[in-house]
Design a protein around this ligand. Structure first.
Ligand code: PLP
Length: 357
């Protein structure tokens, strides 16, 4: 049976990338060796990590003011690595609390300096992105979560502030163009939109580093990784390789403007069905905040949840059950999700309404 992978993460990758990655495991570029068994100092791997960095720079139009790093430890490590490097005792960073991942980032940052939560939608179970709030001047940085993977909300605008933005883009990295110059640091675990779990892409404005007044353990010091081109220790070589293949694919798809158009068109088909279908309703209360990556929706009648899940399973739709804190359904439709799979879900919703409406 053809499977349609709506998993929130680790998530779908382009079929062509998967095929190339498999070949790289068997025989990397005809070398007779596997990507899994070559030195991270070899010419072959150097070419891979250099191409990955060059593609990130090209896709985002990134200037030399920014470093591109491939680190390990997931986005969850960035929750503390970022404030450890950027925020001194007595200094204040702003945090917008827009979901479970923001909440975790806030908890970690509090160990390093003052955290001012400038806005929160927690009291409404994160069903919208707060706006119109006051951001004090003089923050060291303002931390955002651009896409709230669990709740299905996404920033489609950026707050005005004199502080650099620090942003967790784990679940919408390279899904659309972004005004990079507003950001001091961007981080993204690869396993939602870029590659397999194990590598975290970090972009950091170099002039923000070097001001920490605390001892930073070597492996947590961005400067060390910059000086060593992400090769201070053995990097997650295979995830970096697959990420590089995905970056090539994004470029071949036409880059970020084209990617955004694809993603908007895909999401529209599903949201239109959610809005039109009498048995379903979107979980996000503010339509302008709807995510193009994680589409959350619920059934109007609680009794319909289980039968629809069963029907989805029978049709080969994988992982459309919502996160336990939201309930209902979540269709994760990252860059690599083909429109055909979304059509299968939409057809199933229509069929379900025809039979149960
Ligand atoms: C998945 C996710 C994380 C956690 O990433 P790890 O790589 O598992 O640490 C953090 N933030 C967001 C927005 C996510 O989607």
């Amino acid at each position: 049976m053809k499977m349609h992978n709506f998993s929130a993460g680790p998530a779908i990758l382009p079929a062509s990338v998967m095929a190339e990655a498999a070949e790289g495991v068997r025989n990397l570029n005809g070398s007779g060796l596997s990507i899994l068994e070559i030195s991270h100092r070899s010419a072959a791997f150097t070419a891979i990590i250099e191409e990955a960095e060059a593609l990130v720079r090209e896709l985002l139009n990134l200037s030399d003011a920014y470093a591109v790093l491939f680190l390990s430890g997931g986005a969850s490590t960035q929750f503390y690595q970022a404030p450890m490097n950027l925020l001194n005792d007595g200094e204040t960073a702003g945090y917008a609390d827009t979901g479970a991942w923001s909440d975790k980032a806030i908890k970690e940052a509090k160990h390093f300096g003052n955290v001012q939560v400038v806005a929160s939608s927690k009291a409404d179970n994160y069903t919208y992105i707060p706006r119109g709030y006051n951001i004090p001047a003089g923050l060291k940085y303002l931390h955002l979560t651009s896409n709230n993977t669990i709740f299905g909300t996404q920033y489609h605008w950026w707050p005005e502030t004199d502080a650099p933005l620090v942003c967790d883009m784990s679940s919408d990295m390279l899904s659309r163009p972004i005004p990079v110059e507003k950001f001091g640091l961007i981080y993204a675990g690869a396993q939602k939109n870029l590659g397999p779990a194990g590598v975290t892409l970090v972009l950091v404005r170099k002039d923000l580093l070097g001001t920490a007044k605390r001892h930073i353990p070597t492996m947590l010091d961005y400067k060390v990784h910059i000086e060593n081109g992400s090769l201070y220790n053995t990097p997650p070589a295979f995830p970096i390789y697959v990420t590089m293949l995905t970056l090539r694919w994004i470029k071949a798809m036409g880059g970020l403007t084209a990617m955004a158009a694809h993603n908007e068109a895909k999401a529209k088909v599903l949201y239109d069905e959610i809005d039109a279908n009498p048995l379903f309703r979107g979980a996000v209360t503010e339509p302008a905040d709807r995510s193009l990556m994680n589409v959350t929706f619920v059934t109007e009648q609680p009794g319909h949840e289980k039968p629809f899940l069963d029907a989805a399973k029978a049709a080969g739709l994988v992982d459309i059950k919502g996160h336990r804190s939201v309930g209902g359904f979540r269709a994760s439709i990252y860059n690599a999700m083909p429109p055909e799979s979304i059509q299968v879900l939409v057809d199933l919703m229509r069929d379900f309404a025809a039979k149960n409406g």
